[in-house]
Design a protein around this ligand. Structure first.
Ligand code: PHE
Length: 342
């Protein structure tokens, strides 16, 4: 029995086989255990000889099992060490970090510059009712400005006579929402996406604006001019800027002005603040009394200015990008070329 089990234990291939042998030999119904049970039938003399022998055999088998188990574990560990290794001296695989899109970056810069001047951020929906996008801004149903805007309308089921919603054509509806929500005095800017059915080198059907609105008891065009000058200096990082206020017309401001900045395009590179060219960057004016009324603000007591800047436009200027459409192509080579992606 001894030779049989010691041999089998030595040859056991794994821990499961070892456990089976343990049960067979020294388990409750194992061969050694059964022989021990026979001791009771023996004479005392016989028992004195056989008893210690069987006990010693049981101990010997148990320690052989334990020794073999330890040996198997060692072998398994050696095998893992041999096959599962890692060369910590290998160079790491480079992983490109994500980056902020230039439009988001510029939008955040603009927000930060106006935040320094006391403006907080307001928001509105991109799918807007035509009341907020037009009527409240003094653009009634048959006003030519509606046709000029190349508006995207949402679909209405046949027989549904409610006016369709629109994809907002500018951020100006946020003026109304902010006035209604906060009342006067108010100083907000509203960056966001806007939509017009237009597509060429300098127009995409989706683009970005930042709306500005400041209402108080005695705000004037002079405050508007100062704010915009401060903004342009900070944004383009130049000390000298020259702004040109061109008389213009928007239904929601009176008087209205479009603002150009002096620049030059010598050799295809843009310089801000010098040269003989003028680049339009925004529309602005004093908020029309009807617009204040739509925002539940009394025009007898309050007045202020508003402006709308094209974010994509000023991003193109700042980074010297000739084609607006490239911003929205998600072409990593282009983004990397301009330093916008890692
Ligand atoms: N909403 C105008 C546009 O999209 C810009 C503007 C905003 C003009 C505020 C005046 C005041 O062109």
């Amino acid at each position: 029995l001894r030779d049989k089990y010691l041999g089998l234990i030595a040859d056991a291939a794994d821990e499961a086989a070892l456990e089976e042998l343990r049960v067979q030999a020294v388990g409750k119904k194992g061969e050694v255990s059964l022989q021990m049970r026979e001791l009771g039938k023996m004479s005392p003399e016989e028992r004195q000889v056989a008893g210690p022998k069987l006990n010693a055999l049981k101990d010997e088998i148990n320690s052989a099992l334990a020794a073999k188990k330890a040996a198997l574990e060692d072998a398994a560990l050696d095998e893992r060490l041999r096959t599962e290794w890692l060369d910590v001296t290998l160079p790491g695989r480079p992983r490109r970090a994500g980056t902020i899109h230039p439009i988001s970056q510029v939008s955040e810069e603009v927000t930060a510059i106006f935040a320094d001047m006391g403006f907080s951020v307001a928001e509105g929906p991109q799918i807007e009712s035509d009341w907020y996008n037009f009527d409240a801004l003094n653009i009634p149903s048959h006003h030519p400005a509606r046709a000029e805007m190349d508006t995207f309308y949402t679909h209405r089921e046949e027989g549904d006579n409610r006016p369709p919603h629109v994809l907002r054509t500018h951020t100006s509806p946020v003026q109304i929402r902010a006035m209604q929500a906060q009342g006067a005095p108010i100083r907000v800017i509203a960056p966001g996406r806007v939509y017009r059915a237009d597509y060429d080198q300098t127009h995409t059907p989706m683009f970005h604006q930042v709306e500005g609105l400041a209402i108080d008891r005695d705000i004037s065009m002079a405050n508007l001019k100062w704010c915009l000058e401060e903004f342009v200096k900070a944004f383009f990082e130049v000390d000298n800027v020259e702004l040109r206020f061109r008389a213009s017309h928007f239904p929601f401001t009176e008087p209205s002005a479009e603002v150009d900045i002096r620049c030059s395009w010598e050799g295809g590179t843009l310089k801000i603040g010098e040269g003989d060219d003028w680049l339009e960057i925004l529309g602005s004016g004093m908020v029309h009394p009807k617009v204040l009324e739509a925002g539940n603000i009394d025009p007898a007591e309050w007045q202020g200015f508003a402006f709308g800047v094209g974010i994509d436009r000023i991003a193109m200027l700042k980074y010297g990008i000739p084609d607006l459409r490239a911003f929205f192509d998600s072409d990593l080579r282009w983004l990397r070329h301009y330093g916008f992606a890692g």
